[in-house]
Design a protein around this ligand. Sequence first.
Ligand SMILES: CC(C)(COP(=O)(O)OP(=O)(O)OC[C@H]1O[C@@H](n2cnc3c(N)ncnc32)[C@H](O)[C@@H]1OP(=O)(O)O)[C@@H](O)C(=O)NCCC(=O)NCCS
Ligand SMILES: [Zn+2]
Length: 230
Amino acid sequence: MDARERALLGRAQGVSLVSELRERPGGYFVHESSYVDDGAIIGRETRVWHFCHVNRGAVIGERCSLGQNVVVMPGTRLGNNVKVQNNVSIYEGVECEDDVFLGPSMVFTNVTNPRSHISRKHEYQRTAVGRGASIGANATIICGNSLGEYCFVGAGAVVTRDVPAYALVAGVPARVIGWICRCGVRLALPAALSAGGEVTCGTCSTHYTVSEHGPRPTPGAIDAAGSERR
Ligand SMILES: CC(C)(COP(=O)(O)OP(=O)(O)OC[C@H]1O[C@@H](n2cnc3c(N)ncnc32)[C@H](O)[C@@H]1OP(=O)(O)O)[C@@H](O)C(=O)NCCC(=O)NCCS
Ligand SMILES: [Zn+2]
């Protein structure tokens, strides 16, 4: 039976299927190849694709997507609308706010100096990922660092220190190479910000006020629903 036939059969049997995903009580969807432990909390309309394991104690918001081969450990928290691409492990201590994008095969860590013969379970460090942040494919985040809201980590970067909000970082170790709009397009700002100013995104027209801490949407530029005011 192919996916379409299974979906038709599911509908005929009164079982709600989205593609090959099956609805669970609570209104989220899980592929039959994945495990969701009792005690895991998953929000409505979240989709858990093939070969995933969501552990007891994990908290996942609404409308998230876990791609193939994603592991979510206890003591983790994902907000709403978090997109996790294939082959990502979310280790204890990782917290992602709403609208975070985790690129394929990116790597979190939770121990700075692991040794096989020494247990460091009591030394897990926190990694906080701010709202709207994106982490590129194959990037590595050294634990204990925070990623500011709407920052963007380039593919393959190794993050060894905090990333400012709206910063674009790349390389090993990751350095600020520019600044980026909420819409994911670079802003016309130098990497090193010396003084205040303002800038408007050439793509979505969001207006930013710039300080030495980086650009921030000018008050009123974002409406209450989080959409950019054009
Ligand atoms: C970081 C990124 C957003 C930059 O895109 P961009 O603004 O179009 O940048 P450009 O391609 O013009 O590159 C600008 C400079 O940064 C360098 N650069 C770009 N991406 C880089 C990266 N990931 N690591 C190191 N250097 C990078 C380029 O070589 C170039 O250097 P140069 O000025 O010396 O020639 C993009 O390259 C990237 O890594 N995207 C992530 C893609 C991804 O992982 N998607 C996951 C979903 S499939
Ligand atoms: Zn924009």
